[in-house]
Design a protein around this ligand. Sequence first.
Ligand SMILES: *[C@@H]1O[C@H](CO)[C@@H](O)[C@H](O)[C@H]1NC(C)=O
Length: 704
Amino acid sequence: MTPEKSVMAYVNHLIVSNFSYFWDEIDGYLYYLGGTLGTLTLGSLAASVAYYFATRPVPERPLVPLENQSPLLEGPEQIHVSKFYKESKNGKFVSYITENVRTLYQTFREGAYASNNGPCLGWRETLTSPYQWINYDEALLRAKNFGAGMLALGARPKQLIGIYSQNRPEWILYEQGCYSFSLVVVPLYDTLGPDACAFIIRQTDMQVVIVEDDGKAAMLLEKAPRSLKIIVAIKPIRQTTLERARSRGIQIFSFIDVEKLGAKGNHPEVPPTAEDLCTVCYTSGTTGNPKGVMLTHGNVVAGVCSVILQMGDHRIRAGDVMVSFLPLAHMFERCCENGMYYVGGCVGFYSGDIKELTNDLKMLKPTVMPAVPRLLNRVYDKIQNDISASGLKRGLFNMAMRAKEKEIARGVLRRNGCWDKLVFKKVHQAFGGNLRLMVVGSAPLAGNVLTFMRCALGCLVLEGYGQTECTGAITLTVQGDHVPNHVGPPVSCNAVKLVDVPEMEYFANQNTGEVCVRGSNVFHGYYKDPEKTAEAIDSEGWHHTGDVGMWLPNGTLRIIDRRKHIFKLSQGEYIVPEKIENIYTLSQYVNQVYVYGESLKSCIIAVVVPDTDVLKQWATENNVRGTLSVLCNNKNVKELIMNDMLNWGKQSGLKSFEQVKDIYLHPDPFSVQNGLLTPTFKAKRPQLKSYFKPQLEDMYKHLD
Ligand SMILES: *[C@@H]1O[C@H](CO)[C@@H](O)[C@H](O)[C@H]1NC(C)=O
């Protein structure tokens, strides 16, 4: 997993763990279908058929030939480029749409103009109140005041300013406030953890952080590095927190007071250039400290523009309403919102509780929605569950799906056909009823779920693939391509090629390999980390993503694997520890396993956390007494578990050098709390290595 992906996977996880409540709404679906069936008489069927012919829709024409979606540049490298930009063939990339709109400062003002000072930012006070809006001009004025206020408090252009808040209008006022004075946006977020947040503040020498509420202010104060001087709080702060801040020499201001301060000063704006840094977006990886991805205004504008171009006839425009609920700390949401502010659309923020998202959607009625796979999987599962109860409903549902799939294959996008009204209306309503465009990103989406969403929503559903390091999208599916299981052709701000990964047997001449990206969206390096930058971007400017892709014959990309942690043993054989771990965890005795090897050794070893229940049961059955720790030290237990692992390895085709030669049993699971797993439950290999150093050394000593 890429750092970005793992973060987003966690976001996904967060969102969906609360989703069971959310889609209870769709429970009503069952009854709805039942009711429809009851009234489905011949007469109404005839009426539906007549209605169908009266409203027979016209198919859309794809904007690129679907059998050849990305042309190849000449040369041995097999570089794929976009068909949405004429100059792509000459090795050029889209950087902007209009010459004089090249920064996020300018795009926002363009939106103010395009919307004729229309509504911009919307929110609800409570779950029963309607959305209220501020217009573009008011947003711009408040943003400018806030930015000027930060300058009055001592910030200087080009400085890095942090924000630690859920999505809300103030986030955007802060963001645009920063751009008005060439300040740099740095999001902090919960899943980084307090230590990583402190690391970021220290690394960037950050003096000002905007926080949402008392809890987040208190958390910052706990580990606040010395550079931190000012906290700006959006919500009220408790007295005890204020005192704690004072004792540490940190000032706390309210968001409104900073706006007022700025309004008084009337500092002239300091707009950024396209080459100026726009944001440093930290991604937490599986190893070490988070990495700060440096993106310029030019990067983000290039990313946003190329996606807008690729949306074709369905591109976002003034009058569109987008729902904001995916974290603004990630570039996916940042790009979506900045696209809306560019075209003069408006963004309504969710109430802050994901469980209430349907409530927000019903009130907001968005036309545009960014989404993540976990959310869509949840909707899909819910519906599958509902229809499984009755053969009749299942039959009707399957008929509807078949009919819609055919329709979509013909290029017809609509949600007013008879099947839409008969079967999918509840799904439309759950999303507010007005959706016309959905963009899915951040993690792989199962083909059947994508097809289901396309049928059920009857609107354009695009799937993209991207990375923080490439601002947002690298590839994006195109209108008219209804086939799932790929992520589309490259967007017009970048070119994509695949390079060999010999140790995993992926070769570019067989159209598989590591995805490499070059273009105007590629980042300018990791903040204060030239070493990692050099690992990621090669001398010709190609960013090596770490993802393994495959070109389909029609020029679309499919992501098929992740370049894994790999090492060589002394006899020259490659070891992919994750692959071996996945096999060993098939054993009923194995809860967790960490496979380790060194290039100076000829064999591999492992740390195994046994499955408590299975082991205890075995102990009872075999009259072995003792706590888990005692069992872990029992020679027979170790033999039992290792033999079972080796059996699984053999059955799964591991070669003999891929089998462990010794194991150490450890009673306590690897966890996020003890620092051995990432928030997405991936093994932190360097941490595991140092944690188990004595045991690993001991095992090797006995093997030599
Ligand atoms: C693109 O190619 C794949 C693989 O050959 C195929 O399954 C798919 O149908 C093609 N897509 C379109 C839209 O023709």
